[in-house]
Design a protein around this ligand. Structure first.
Ligand code: ZN
Length: 367
């Protein structure tokens, strides 16, 4: 996510904080300082930090359950409106999705329960106050906020946890694409309600509503896109009519091919077979940094994704996305058979959507 930076790793998952989160802390501190004095300003910053520590534990619980199902979380990012766990892939089996989603709210209830057992006789439970006036009020509010977090997250507003549970339940009766469409429609209706309610009562809800509306839409696109790609082998759409470069050729050679043909990504083939891939982006940045006479071997990507001829397009798409690459070499054994790039997948999707009467902009591919 842009404007976020990595603080470290928790359980092997990148932990990132978005800069706007610090703006939130700063804003809370400054307004506390001017209205209530330094002690309460500091207590407010500590309170916000404690709430977000609970949010991190919540996100971590999603990620750890997903890991049990073999789905790895890439990062957890803290935003002013909450935490976001970025997964390489969401579980599609309804039971797994329900377990993974419901654990978050459950953890908040568990935190509230534990705090209540430990110190509840002293603090009680109260509606959270951003500027707690005492340590007692601080912890009473922290218990309260965990209960609110659990309930709020269970609202079936996809892609919030409750919405994912709903998709899981629907997914037991209908297929994944349909279950997603239904959950997204309900989720977007809820986010419009949040925005409407937020206009009158709480500006924060407007932000959350917008975030959910956009998030639900883009996840629906992703699910539709993967459904079209599923089961189609690489061999069906890979480029087989392509030029290769030799490792010792100058970069200018790739430009000749680009000018005279339509190809923009090249396999680099040496005596021992394919040694690297030179992509359009790679060529452009190499020209800028090293000029056109540099040998291809010096600027090619040696760490390119390679895939088997029979690999299905949805797996390839996920692989390219998670490796942040645009092109893969298609092999049979160690023989180069073709090239498959995001451009090619995008073209295939455009044609398929035209054939199925879906509007092309509903299924974009980032390339
Ligand atoms: Zn959650």
């Amino acid at each position: 996510m842009r404007w976020s930076f990595k603080l470290g790793k928790i359980f092997g998952i990148d932990f990132r904080i978005h800069v706007t989160f610090f703006l939130l802390l700063f804003f809370v501190f400054i307004s506390g300082l001017s209205q209530r004095g330094p002690e309460q300003a500091i207590r407010a910053v500590l309170f916000i930090s404690a709430v977000f520590a609970c949010v991190i534990i919540h996100e971590l619980s999603h990620s750890l359950i997903a890991r049990r199902f073999g789905k790895e979380a890439k990062s957890i990012t803290l935003l002013p409106i909450g935490g976001v766990a970025t997964m390489e892939e969401m579980p599609e089996k309804p039971g797994q999705e329900i377990a993974m989603s419901i654990v978050g709210p459950f953890i908040n209830l568990l935190i509230a329960g534990l705090l209540y057992v430990l110190i509840g006789h002293w603090t009680g439970i109260s509606v959270p106050n951003l500027y707690p006036e005492s340590t007692r009020e601080f912890f009473a509010g922290l218990i309260g906020v965990n209960i609110i977090l659990a309930i709020f997250n269970l609202i079936p507003a996809f892609p919030m946890d409750g919405g994912r549970v709903l998709r899981g339940i629907l997914g037991m009766r209908v297929d994944h694409v349909r279950a997603t469409s239904m959950a997204v429609a309900i989720g977007q209706a809820f986010s419009l309600l949040f925005i409407f309610y937020g206009l009158f009562f709480n500006w924060w809800l407007i932000l959350i509503g917008l975030f959910l509306y956009i998030g639900a839409g883009s996840e629906k696109q992703q699910v539709m896109l993967l459904a079209i790609l599923r089961g189609v082998p690489a061999s069906e759409i890979m480029a087989t009519d392509f030029r290769s470069l030799r490792p010792n050729e100058p970069l200018s050679r790739s430009l000749e091919h680009i000018y005279h043909g339509c190809q923009e990504d090249f396999p680099v083939v040496g005596d021992r077979g394919i040694e690297g891939v030179l992509t359009r982006m790679g060529i452009l940045s190499a020209i800028h940094e090293k000029g056109v006479e540099v040998p291809v071997s010096e600027v090619m990507d040696r760490n390119f994704p390679s895939i088997d001829l029979r690999t299905s397009l949805d797996q390839i798409y996920r692989k390219l996305q998670s490796a942040q690459k645009t092109c893969a070499a298609v092999l049979e054994g160690d023989q180069l058979k073709g090239m498959l790039c995001l451009d090619g997948i995008s073209r295939y999707l455009m044609i398929q959507s035209a054939m199925r009467g879906i509007e092309a902009e509903n299924i974009p591919v980032k390339s």
